[in-house]
Design a protein around this ligand. Structure first.
Ligand code: FAD
Ligand code: 2HG
Ligand code: ZN
Length: 483
């Protein structure tokens, strides 16, 4: 298959590992954390999509900041290239080596350091799996401010390094708002302690922000301090059908006004995305089976007063149906169904549906994270994660469909509430002719509309060279500034 990599040459400046290096690593870490096992390396060399593959001969798994610092200092002095790796769920080929870089995996750095119930500030190591943090906080009556389909494998360090968005961004904002502090180790081994827990701190530059979304290019995140919201008791989920994209937009406009502060997710998918899920995921059945609709929208509300929240949501839905924005819909009515929905969502690779009847509407919940999995099962996938003005967003999907004709299945879904489109082109196998129809068109189109070619997944190997479509030359030159 063809991979959209433009980096073809290994930089000869970097050394290759020799026996003395291995002896040093084992001396520092002991043998268990210095991994040369072929199978383990196969997995660590391959990304989640099985699209990017490195040829590293070594993975190291430091257990704490001191070990990591010693390793990086040594690698720097020996000119050995490294790639940081968390849960390896990234979707742009950034978490695996391009060539033979040493994989520095943070999975052993997985302790929770402290949690303050009054402020809601959690301090933990970067290798904590997101789902483990969610479970820990649940017992304390809190939630993580981010949630995504890969939560069972991805690590908080990886989330912060990609500035992951996910399903709750519409409510709790980006990690630039919720991450209060970081500890990082730079490439030369120096440990930078920015692990503050304060909401307000205007003393000097707030350098932690440079590391949020920097995909390991500036250093390795080792500790994190993050503001967590309280878990609220009333969660409601509606799954709705819209006949056209303009109705989805109007629905978003209405949801922001009529649901206001209780709105906690606003997701959309088109008929092609729904069909893909129905075809490729065994456990999926059509939530609104009476007809085929062009668009589906999932709305979640989270609040503290069940009867008020429900009243608000029902009034919103009634208005949406009466005004013709919504043609069909379903509502999960009580907390236990809503929470069992979230619970089912925790199982990766599935779309889960819960149904019951109320308000003349079918009731259900759908797990959208199943779509990336369905896309994987459908064959080769070209994945684009774009920020675009909401009113223009779906034009791109339609134009892409026209360009590709019947050669590929063009699928649009994503976080509509955040202006984030996941445009996926699914084909039986990778094909340079298809790729030539997609790129550079997709990037040029995004650039023309002043969008971002990487909304929440990062640039990785896939888009490292495409940065100029979203950032000016002057801005990019600051990335490489040498004073
Ligand atoms: P990895 O994949 O291991 O690494 C990602 C990048 O960060 C790499 O460049 C790596 O070098 C770097 N990195 C990792 N750890 C560190 C560290 N400690 N310090 C410095 N650099 C580091 N993303 C979203 O934004 N929203 C979604 O809704 C979403 N849903 C997803 C659903 C599925 C099913 C999958 C497979 C992925 C999804 N993603 C989503 C992609 C997202 O980028 C990752 O899931 C997650 O944020 C990456 O975390 P990770 O620990 O797996 O990092
Ligand atoms: C999601 O929102 C992820 O499910 C994956 O960000 C997006 O598959 C994709 O394109
Ligand atoms: Zn997403």
């Amino acid at each position: 298959g063809s991979v959209t990599s433009t980096i073809v040459q290994r930089n000869p400046v970097f050394s290759t590992i020799n026996n003395d290096d291995l002896i040093y690593f084992e001396k520092i870490l002991g043998p268990k954390k210095v991994i040369q096992d072929h199978e383990e390396l196969q997995t660590a060399n391959t990304d989640w999509m099985h699209k990017y593959k490195g040829s590293s001969k070594l993975m190291i798994q430091p257990e704490n900041t001191t070990e990591l610092s010693q390793i990086l200092e040594y690698c720097n002095s020996r000119c050995l290239a490294v790639v940081p790796q968390g849960g390896n769920t990234g979707l742009v080929g950034g978490s695996v080596p391009v060539f033979d870089e040493i994989i520095v995996n943070t999975r052993r750095m997985n302790s929770i350091i402290s949690f303050d119930k009054v402020s809601g500030v959690l301090v933990c190591e970067a290798g904590c799996i997101l789902e483990n943090l969610i479970s820990f906080l649940d017992k304390e009556g809190f939630i993580m401010p981010l949630d995504l389909g890969a939560k069972g494998s991805c690590q908080i360090g990886g989330n912060i390094s990609t500035n992951a968005g996910g399903l709750r961004l519409v409510r709790y904002g980006s990690l630039h708002g919720t991450v209060l502090g970081l500890e990082v180790v730079l490439a030369n081994g120096s440990v930078i302690d920015m692990l503050g827990t304060l909401r307000k701190d205007n003393t000097g530059y707030d350098l932690k922000h440079l590391f949020i979304g920097s995909e390991g290019s500036l250093g390795i995140i080792t500790k994190v301090s993050i503001l967590t919201p309280p878990k609220l008791s009333s969660v409601n989920i509606a799954f709705l059908a819209c006949q056209d994209y303009i109705s989805c937009q109007k629905l978003l406009f209405q949801a922001k006004r009529r649901l206001g502060e209780i709105l906690s997710a606003f997701e959309f998918l088109d008929a092609q995305a729904m069909n893909l899920a129905l075809h490729h995921l065994d456990s999926v059945r059509n939530p609104l089976p009476s007809s085929i609709y062009n668009f589906y929208v999932l709305i979640e509300t989270t609040g503290s007063n069940e009867s008020n929240d429900k009243e608000k949501l029902e009034a919103f839905l009634l208005h949406a149906m009466e005004s013709g924005l919504v043609t069909d819909g379903a509502l999960a009515q009580d907390f236990s169904q809503a929470s069992s929905f979230w619970h089912i969502r925790e199982v990766e690779n599935l779309i889960n549906i819960i149904c019951m009847i109320t308000l003349n509407m079918l009731i259900l919940c759908t797990r959208f994270q199943g779509i990336p999995e369905a896309l994987m099962k459908a064959g080769a996938v070209y994945k684009y994660d774009l920020s675009l003005p909401v009113e223009k967003m779906y034009d791109l999907v339609e134009e892409m469909r026209i360009r590709l004709g019947g050669a590929a299945n063009v699928v649009g879904y994503g976080h509509l509430g955040d202006g984030n489109l996941h445009l996926n082109v699914s084909a039986p196998q990778y094909d340079d002719a298809i790729l030539a129809q997609i790129e550079p068109f997709v990037y040029e189109w995004t650039s023309r509309h002043r969008g971002s070619i990487s909304a929440e997944h990062g640039l990785g190997l896939m888009k490292a060279e495409k940065i100029y479509y979203s950032k000016s030359t002057e801005t990019v030159s600051l990335h490489y500034y040498e004073g």
